[in-house]
Design a protein around this ligand. Structure first.
Ligand code: ADP
Length: 484
């Protein structure tokens, strides 16, 4: 099924302390488009994971003692290898996750861009000099790596979610133990193979595939050798991890759920808004945390927007991500499929109208038709919960104030989007929306050069940009006294 130029990238062991290790147990990884088994991967128990943590702990002083430039050279080499092998990495990703091959390829380059960015930042972990408060005092602030980082990531971006975390961690001198999602461990293992080839020293980057999610999570939180947890996933699990970290006041970075509003005002370029909605809603079959989950169209353009959106949604081709024509892949598993079905049927039962799609796709399996529903109201499930599927629910609104109060009526605050041509409205809305990221006249906001992250129950910390190393460093202030 896979046609890899470099078959060694498909790994089934765990990557511990610079070596490939087979565990006594294994779990199977399936292609969500076909249900076929792709690989059987080592299933580590907590004792095995401890080996990785110990290795990362031993390696950390050596790694931190390297100059920024030395770390940068190795990260840069890793980046180059990811780009060189992008075709193979994309195939592995599509096989285990289902997204169309071109999207998978885009994800590999996106993930690699974080490694490139933080390779560059490795040389710029600056401190500060503060004018002293007394004549004999001199004050200097330095930034030091926090130590060993434990990472837990989801299946929707099996490469990029890890790249966004490991790159800043390694850049500043932390070492890293990654537990990828049990649904998509192969992309993480392929990254480890390339890290190995890049010459990243043993113990600096470890990958511990395991189905024991809760046990490994607890170990990360309770093991004193781990200084920090970085997690992307549900708010539910984020809360568990934060609670578990409380005992040691362990640092946490959390990228959690979103419920992004996407607002189209009467003065918007409606065609541009439709294109933006297609990207913000249907990329990765609607399975991204910054996906537009609630679309608000102002009364004056509502009907035109819905018509144009429904027409464009009808042009999507649903299918296996390996087929060239496919623009929407399958949902990751049956539970995801059932949630999408439930959100649509709940909306219809409460009076919504299906404008496009609305049903399981004739292909069967975990394929769902790209869907547009109108007549949405706040009592419907899709208005409160992340649908995480190819369903665009459209609400009608009248005034700016109504749009703001609908948009902000959520415990989440990750991304928000709106379309307008009015500069005043653009500023006012950008300031009033409760979100960590706001797309203004664009549906695509993710880039390594900007800080990605949320407010409210969407999380803590930022990934990417010059701010992205902050979460992996401690500030230390040095007070020199007695200077005469
Ligand atoms: P999603 O719905 O996106 O899969 P989850 O939060 O359930 O979000 O999963 C994100 C990651 O967290 C996955 O790698 C999953 O295996 C892991 N996970 C699930 N439950 C726990 C837990 N109790 N402790 C630590 N990690 C967990």
């Amino acid at each position: 099924m896979l046609d890899l130029k470099c078959p060694d990238l498909l790994r089934s062991g765990a990557y511990l302390n610079g070596s490939w290790v087979e565990a006594s147990q294994a779990f199977d990884v399936y292609n969500p488009a076909t249900g076929q088994k792709i690989a059987s991967v080592s299933d580590l128990c907590v004792e095995d994971v401890r080996i990785a943590i110990n290795a990362a702990h031993r390696a950390q002083p050596m790694w931190a003692a390297k100059t920024g430039k030395e770390r940068a050279i190795l990260l840069r080499r890793w980046h180059d290898l990811m780009v060189e092998h992008a075709d193979d990495l994309a195939q592995i990703l599509t096989a285990e996750m289902g997204k169309p091959l071109t999207e998978a390829w885009g994800e590999i380059l996106y993930g690699a861009s974080f490694i490139e960015w933080f390779a560059e930042e490795a040389k710029r972990i600056y401190g500060d000099v503060i004018p002293g408060h007394q004549a004999d005092k001199r004050i200097v602030v330095i930034r030091q790596p926090v130590g060993v980082v434990g990472s837990i990531t989801p299946w929707n971006f099996p490469n990029a979610m890890i790249a966004r975390k490991v790159a800043p961690a390694l850049a500043v001198g932390c070492t890293f133990v990654a537990r990828p999602s049990e649904l998509t461990p192969l992309s993480a293992l392929a990254m480890a193979e390339l890290a190995h080839r890049a010459g990243i020293p043993a113990g600096v980057f470890n990958v511990v595939p395991s189905t024991a999610a809760a046990e490994v999570g607890r170990e990360f939180c309770e093991n004193e050798k781990i200084a920090k947890i970085t997690f992307t996933g549900s708010t539910r699990v984020g809360k568990i991890l934060m609670q578990q970290c409380a005992f040691q006041i362990k640092k946490v970075s959390l990228e959690l759920g979103g419920n992004a509003p996407f607002i189209v005002f009467d003065d918007a370029d409606v065609d541009a808004a439709v294109e933006g909605a297609l990207i913000a809603k249907f990329r990765n079959a609607g399975q991204t945390c910054v996906c537009a989950n609630r679309i608000y169209a102002q009364a004056g353009i509502h009907d035109e927007f819905v018509r144009k959106l429904s027409d464009r949604v009808g042009e999507f081709t649903v299918g296996d991500g390996f087929q060239d024509v496919t623009s929407i892949g399958p949902l990751i598993n049956k539970a995801a499929f059932r949630k999408v079905e439930a959100h649509v049927s709940d909306a219809v039962a409460k009076g919504a109208t299906v404008e496009a799609g609305g049903k399981p796709h004739p292909l069967g399996g975990q394929f769902f038709e790209p869907t547009v529903i109108t007549g949405m109201t706040v009592d419907m499930l899709a208005s409160r919960e992340e649908t995480f599927g190819p369903v665009a629910p459209v609400f009608k609104f009248k005034s700016d104030d109504e749009a703001v109060s609908l948009a902000n009526d959520s415990e989440f605050g990750l991304a928000a989007y709106f379309y307008t041509r009015d500069l005043n409205r653009a500023w006012r809305m950008a300031e009033r929306l409760q979100a960590g990221m706001v797309g203004i006249n664009t549906g695509l906001i993710s880039t390594e050069v900007a800080p990605f992250g949320g407010i409210k129950q969407s999380g803590l910390g930022r990934e990417g940009s010059k701010y992205g190393t902050d979460d992996y460093t401690e500030l230390k202030y040095l007070c020199f006294g007695g200077i005469s």
